[in-house]
Design a protein around this ligand. Structure first.
Ligand SMILES: [Zn+2]
Length: 148
């Protein structure tokens, strides 16, 4: 349910794992999630009031509807900083490295004019990222909508 927030947090550089595949509202699975959060020193972000209540300090009830408001809620709680290093793959959470020429060449979806772009590579997905218009729009939205 918080898939968009997950992708934003990864673009913002935060190690974020998704609980997709867990059954929300199932007490046993909730216990597993909380144990995972505790063991890996993670904060559990949830829409589930009961899960948030059980999690105490480990959990945050995400109340906002749109993703920028959700990020703002986490900024207000001092859980995240307003930044966008684009350092993690939004799909798989792997830390990105700078892309090599041949990787950029091979990506048909890369911008043809590379001037002013920085390219990053996810070794896990074989996916190319760059801080082009999409990244800039994202950064503009975060900068303009969030106050820290
Ligand atoms: Zn990836």
């Amino acid at each position: 349910m918080l898939g968009t927030l997950t992708r934003y947090l990864r673009f913002m550089g935060y190690d974020t794992i998704s609980a997709n595949g867990f059954m929300s509202g199932n007490a046993d699975e909730d216990t597993l999630l909380l144990a995972l959060a505790h063991d890996e020193h993670r904060i559990l972000l949830t829409r589930d009031h009961e899960l948030a209540r059980r999690g105490n300090d480990l959990a945050v009830l995400v109340t906002a509807g749109d993703v920028l408001s959700q990020v703002q809620q986490l900024v207000d709680l001092s859980l995240v900083e307003r930044r966008l290093p684009m350092s993690r793959c939004s799909i798989c959470n792997t830390v990105l490295r700078e892309a090599q020429e041949d990787e950029i060449d091979a990506a048909a979806y890369a911008p043809r004019d590379r001037n002013g772009y920085t390219f990053f590579w996810c070794e896990q997905c074989g996916k190319l990222y760059w801080n082009g218009s999409h990244g800039r729009q994202l950064k503009d939205r975060i900068d303009s909508r969030l106050s820290s």
